[in-house]
Write a new protein. Structure first.
Lengths: 465, 149
């Protein structure tokens, strides 16, 4: 085996020991292994690590042009969530600390590598600690123990990122863009139905949002954060000829970062990836192919009858993707499908699945709808400099085949300056096109809200320690 | 005759003193290298494992083949570098095949055995020496340059 491959593995081992901050972002990392294990015989009892990500963003969307439909009137100059900055959804520009994470990881007893642990808290202003009832304090996002006793089958128990989309699994320091792709945001970043039917929140003016404090976010639970609590069996194998194979199978409660089983059911997660080490071109370079699936059920009360009568609905997600990094170039592509529990919020703030079940054409109800989308991302690390240029095109179709199918497309252009492997500054410009496309009749109201969704610009600094 | 007897005793005594005072290098330890380095790894910090391996690799590259002899002595928490499952094991093997010798301190190994309740499995490239610091001292007396990354 060449020394370059050995060096890459050693470098990754060092990166793990240093909280995976020793290399440049957006590389072909095996996130499962990085976030669940410690390097064998090369770890410490406790390694404190963290991330800070802060920046400014401005949304150029224009307000809804009129007062809305007669059946659901709203004030002129009102806004829906895509036109406001998350997670607070009450302003179109401002500074935010999108991540302030502190964690600790290690082996506890370093002579025995069989037991690893990983704990992470989030104190930034995110969807993880913002709900319809306001902002909570720091939240626990990860707390797990990995048992490495069975050859070929590590066992991880606790709260952690589920095996799945690369964009969802990557760590904060690896993020190249300020916002998720729309396919990840709409289909994977789960919003949980409230326990009982919840009326829609109409578009609000900025004055209403800021003065009255009425939130555009109608959900009482935080977003899922691509996480779940459960048990996972996983491992990575050296297949020879510079190829590795990674698998994961997980059973979780389907409740995101909320500990506790919300519906008495369990979700299953499957993941398979293979990667070709391209260390000949760079220590973190590689070509990775992956496929994943998630299957579960959710309780939702979609009948406005004053009675708490939630029912179970399927929530399946799957995807496949490829990630290539051989500096100075990076290309990644992922295709994602969704069946059930389609988030309707983009033009209806809390219209998650809230429509009378006997609606004639099941408009605005995503519990049995489907969706799909993909993103294509490219990056060029300008040789001899610390600069990189990035571009991503993403598109998602919601309620596919339905009478109110939506299509959101977004192109993100980015420039990033890497001060060092642990810090970078990112400038993004997003060009957005959000519309309801299926039918003039059933898209009328949706497009009254979505018309005017404009572009966004932002700059943020990210650092790891 | 008495003189011969005294000479034999003198020679035997001298040989005995030499063997006790200076541990003899085994045949495979004998080196004709012009440059000799002993590197110590005794830290808990895992970055030191990478550093000491890098140092060894750099020394091999800096000299013509056969001109340098490098030995890494691992003791204390640094002995983990020579655990069989260490993440750097393949690199240790590669350097060993390039001529780097890896010495594992038996005193540390015994101590770890007591803590773990079992003897840790070492990298097959590791050579167990009675004591890591003693080994370093011996090598220094033999002209090895001492380096602690």
């Amino acid at each position: 085996m060449g020394d370059k491959k050995l060096f890459k593995r050693t470098l990754i081992g060092a990166a793990l020991a240093l909280g995976f901050a020793a290399t440049n972002p957006a590389s072909a990392y095996d996130w499962l292994m990085i976030q669940g294990t410690e390097p064998a015989a090369a770890s410490v009892p406790a390694h404190v690590f963290g991330f800070v990500q802060a920046g400014f963003m401005k949304d150029y969307s224009s307000a809804n042009p009129n007062a809305g439909p007669a059946a659901a009137p709203s004030l002129p100059n009102s806004y829906v969530p895509p036109k406001m900055l998350g997670p607070n959804l009450n302003a179109q520009s401002g500074f935010n600390v999108s991540h302030a994470q502190v964690g600790v990881r290690g082996t506890g007893f370093p002579l025995d590598d069989h037991i690893n642990y990983f704990v992470l808290m989030e104190a930034g202003n995110t969807g993880l600690n913002n709900t319809s009832t306001g902002k909570s304090g720091p939240v626990l996002t990860d707390a797990s123990v990995t048992l490495n006793y069975i050859k070929g089958a590590r066992v991880r128990v606790g709260l952690f990122k589920t095996p799945g989309s690369d964009e969802a699994m990557q760590s904060t320091i690896a993020t190249t863009y300020m916002d998720f792709s729309e396919v990840t945001n709409q289909l994977l970043l789960e919003r949980y139905p409230n326990a009982v039917y919840t009326n829609n929140i109409l578009p609000q003016t900025q004055a209403q949002l800021q003065a009255s404090g009425l939130p555009l976010n109608g959900f009482t639970k935080p977003v899922g954060g691509f996480r779940d609590s459960g048990i996972q069996v996983f491992n990575s194998f050296d297949m020879g000829k510079d190829w590795s194979l990674t698998y994961a199978a997980m059973v979780g409660q389907g409740s995101g970062i909320e500990l506790g089983n919300l519906d008495g059911k369990y979700d299953t997660y499957l993941y398979l990836a293979t990667e070709k080490n391209l260390a000949s071109t760079g220590p973190e370079d590689g070509l990775k192919f992956y496929v994943w699936s998630q299957s579960g059920k959710r309780l939702a009360d979609i009948t406005n009858d004053g009675v708490a009568n939630p029912q179970l609905y399927k929530r399946d997600r799957s995807g496949l993707g490829v990630h290539y990094l051989a500096k100075p170039y990076r290309v990644s592509f992922e295709y994602i499908t969704a069946d059930g529990m389609i988030f309707e919020g983009p033009d209806k703030p809390s219209y998650y699945f809230a429509v009378p079940a006997n609606a004639a054409n099941v408009v605005n109800n995503g519990v049995t709808q489907k969706g799909n989308g993909w993103y294509l991302d490219g990056g060029w690390y300008i040789p001899g400099t610390k600069w990189e240029l990035d571009a991503r095109y993403d598109t998602v179709a919601l309620n596919t085949g339905g009478v109110d199918e939506h299509k959101f497309t977004k192109t993100t252009l980015g420039v990033q300056y890497n001060f060092n492997p642990k810090a970078h500054v990112t400038l993004n410009y997003e060009l957005r096109d959000f519309k309801c496309t299926a039918s003039t009749t059933f898209c009328t109201n949706a497009n009254k809200n979505l018309t005017g969704v404009g572009n966004k610009v932002g700059m943020q600094v990210t650092t790891a320690f | 005759m008495p003189n011969l007897f005294r000479s034999i005793i003198f020679v035997m005594t001298s040989l005995f003193m030499m063997s006790v005072a200076t541990p003899a290098l085994s045949a495979d330890e004998t080196t004709f290298a012009d440059y000799k380095y002993v590197l110590q790894i005794s830290d808990m910090d895992p970055s030191k494992q990478v550093l000491v391996l890098n140092n060894a690799a750099n020394l091999l590259e800096a000299y013509p083949p056969g001109a340098v002899k490098v030995e890494i002595v691992a003791y204390g928490p640094g002995l983990r570098l020579l655990f069989a499952e260490n993440v750097n094991a393949q690199r240790v093997d590669s350097l060993s095949q390039s001529g780097v010798r890896f010495s594992a301190c038996n005193n540390t190994l015994q101590g770890m055995t007591k803590q773990l309740g079992y003897k840790p499995k070492l990298n097959p490239d590791a050579v167990v020496v009675p004591g890591g610091v003693v080994r370093i001292g011996d090598l220094e007396r033999k002209g090895y340059a001492y380096i602690r990354p």
